[in-house]
Design a protein around this ligand. Structure first.
Ligand code: UD1
Length: 395
């Protein structure tokens, strides 16, 4: 992994507002990696309307730091300026988690929040939940209860442990609620609020479609397969990665392929010549994209092949056929209510994917309605702002 020099802890100067003890509840939000930004933006926006009772502090751990993976995504989402940037960068899972844990603890000691909100299942999620837990600070987990039941996935470890530490658990689907119940977590702490990632999607969808990013990569609308692959289980083993390259080359015999390459994947592909093989076969291997451009490419795709979690959800909301190159998914609602299909783990299957003959049909998934951020705000206020007047949307 690329070694990165973490900048020192950067705290913005304290504003008088932050120093004042004015009786408001301080909610500290953690973001670290690309999918966190998309999930958290609607929550922060919804709470911004309750400044009378809530003070928000945003901490970016710096797990993702490339401008394409972080700054540009944040800008597309109109994400507010972060208050604290930890700059932890990359490392082994142990090093990365440990750096976030120790640096975030210092932030907690300085800011003294009432509540910490963490999202998803990345290393920053678990590390920050652990730091808050050790200091006795309340933890809210957004996108709680997802389970692949595949303990070899780093994300599964992060999910289960974060849920164990959380006080309030925000689920996006009934299956997630069931998983938490099966683990003995009291139903009274679990809320099915829907999917905030879809709030971001719906807010940005028109702008994304208008961009027609497929044109700038030389593709026709619904005439290409969009590919994303970055899971360690798919890209870290050179033999497996070569087989996957073979599958993609086979796929490109049937349809044009666009492949925005995650830095983890690119590093491996450059090392073993896979990138050259893909390019020789005509696969458009491009840099990772900012949020709007990627959303545009998803909306315009004729099919998607992915090992990402969020893409399974976004493809379903957009109604684009999604083939998940994994043996399992922690998001079964995308199989039952969405456009997602499990492709399994045989790389030869990738070559069998075909463009959908039908135009996309967006799927209706309960509570994936663009208003999940407001429901999250309501839950936070109900739990942590005792004197607050109730907000409009009920859970
Ligand atoms: C992380 C999450 C994964 C999520 C993904 C979204 C964990 C365990 N994994 O995976 O669940 O789906 O983010 O993208 O937290 N790198 C860069 N620039 C960056 C970030 C990473 O070059 O801005 C490279 C580094 O070589 C790094 C590697 O990518 O070592 C992997 O990054 P890392 O944050 O460890 O995990 P992701 O694969 O991005």
């Amino acid at each position: 992994m690329t070694a990165m020099q973490p900048p020192n802890l950067v705290l913005v100067p304290e504003t008088p507002e932050r120093r004042l003890s004015d009786g408001r509840t301080t909610i500290l939000h953690v973001v670290g990696a690309r999918p966190n930004f998309v999930k958290m933006a609607p929550v922060i926006a919804a709470l911004e309307r309750r400044k009378d009772v809530i003070r928000q502090v945003i901490v970016h751990t710096g797990q993702h730091y490339d401008s394409r993976m972080s700054d540009e995504v944040l800008a597309d989402l109109d994400f507010p300026a972060v208050d604290v940037f930890l700059g932890v960068g990359s490392g082994t899972h142990g090093v990365q988690t440990a750096k976030v844990l120790s640096e975030f603890e210092q932030v907690l000691i300085q800011v003294e929040p009432d509540v910490v909100v963490v999202a998803g299942d990345v290393n920053s999620t678990l590390a920050c939940a652990l730091a808050a837990s050790k200091l006795g600070i309340a933890i809210v987990h957004l996108e709680s209860g997802l389970r692949s039941f595949d303990w070899s996935m780093p994300e599964e470890v992060n999910r289960v442990l974060t849920d164990r530490l959380a006080d309030v658990l925000l689920a996006h689907s009934p299956e997630a609620v069931d998983n938490l119940e099966a683990e003995g977590i009291s139903r009274g702490r679990v809320y099915n609020v829907g999917n905030t990632m879809i709030d971001s999607l719906r807010r940005c969808e028109k702008r994304a479609r208008d961009l027609k990013t497929w044109e700038s990569v030389g593709m026709e609308e619904h005439g290409y397969v969009l590919v994303t692959l970055h899971r360690p289980s798919n890209v870290d083993d050179p033999t497996r990665l070569q087989q996957i390259v073979g599958g993609l080359v086979g796929l490109s015999d049937h349809a044009p392929v666009v492949f925005p390459v995650h830095p983890r994947t690119r590093a491996r592909l450059v090392e073993d010549g896979g990138l050259a093989r893909l390019e020789a076969a005509g696969v458009a291997c491009i840099e990772p994209l900012a949020y709007l451009d990627f959303l545009s490419l998803q909306a315009g795709a004729g099919a998607i092949v992915t090992d990402s979690g969020g893409v399974q959800e976004e493809a379903s909301a957009l109604g684009v056929a999604c083939y998940t190159f994994r043996p399992n998914t922690e998001r079964p609602i995308t199989l039952t209510h969405g456009t997602n299909m499990l492709l399994g783990e045989d790389p030869a299957e990738i070559a069998e994917v075909r463009l959908s003959p039908h135009p996309p049909t967006p799927c209706v998934i309960p509570l994936w309605d663009g208003r999940a951020g407001e429901r999250v705000a309501e839950v936070l206020i109900a739990n942590y702002v005792l004197s607050a007047a109730p907000v409009a949307v009920s859970v």
